[in-house]
Design a protein around this ligand. Sequence first.
Ligand code: IPM
Ligand code: MG
Length: 353
Amino acid sequence: MKVCVLPGDGIGPEIIAEAVRVLEALRSDGLKIEMEQALLGGGAVDATGTPYPEASQKLAREADAVLLGAVGGPKWDNLPRPQRPERGLLGIRKDLELFANLRPAILYPELVNASTLKPEVVAGLDILIVRELTGDIYFGEPRGIEQRDGQRVGWNTMIYSESEIRRIGKVAFEAARRRDKRVCSVDKMNVLETTQLWRDVMIELAADYPDVELSHMLVDNAAMQLVKAPKQFDVVVTGNMFGDILSDEASMLTGSIGMLPSASLDANNKGLYEPSHGSAPDIAGKGLANPLATILSAAMMLRYSFDNEAAAQRVETAVKKVLAQGLRTGDIWEEGTRRVGTREMGDAVLAAL
Ligand code: IPM
Ligand code: MG
């Protein structure tokens, strides 16, 4: 398996280094993996003038999977839109047709106090947000800012075709089959036609999955229910924009976004794997970042793209062991645990492995 590694910006290179060490350890145990690095994001803009340069496109297209750190930072915030680091991320998602974004929100028992919610509300939380990633208002045309009747007007297009809805729906139903067999589809059908179609297609699709229970929720209520009673959810499926917002909310239920991995898959389980958090420019280069979300993203890569459940579980078990040993990076540190840096956390995972 060929893996394209994109460290990116900010803490990206530091956290990726630890995930790569984990994969190298598995390789010395027989995992067939080749890794090659390329540029994405702000660093790519500095070096080549564009956030997703051709050399990276070539490597990413040829690879079986992509492992990404994080992109962006204040240095590039004022660049014109096509050169923003985020455009590199959106570009690679679209280029590789990574339409299915899986964002699990799991509460590790050792970290129950990291949440701002009461322990009884979040203890045992295990939900999966399935976010459509290559459509919706993010990519809809036409779009722009222009002068109309003497003032500026900005507009975007929210659009979904039924085939786009059906393929993300399938991913959600299949995922639910491997979990608690419940899918909650989130829309805004009381106002938006796009999401009326979304709901109609989900209902049609449900006929193919009689063993999975389908429910529907309006997005505003879903935002409320996620903090009120998050454990009512198993799999949540929604569009690109609602999914962006709800997945950040869901990640914070656990209080430790530094722990949460994500996968973005195409129709053949080629995937891009990245931590759910950002590039944290404030702590970049200081060796303080939590590498666990990236290491867990590598585990997701082993599960979905390598189809190697045993290796995935081996990595996840090592991470749990390290938490049980009481090691914590600053983001998840609490009284009575031992504060460690990025490298020491990586060392501990390697030892546990
Ligand atoms: C995410 C991020 C991106 C998104 C940004 C950086 C473009 O927020 O992966 O959730 O909006 O999809
Ligand atoms: Mg987001």
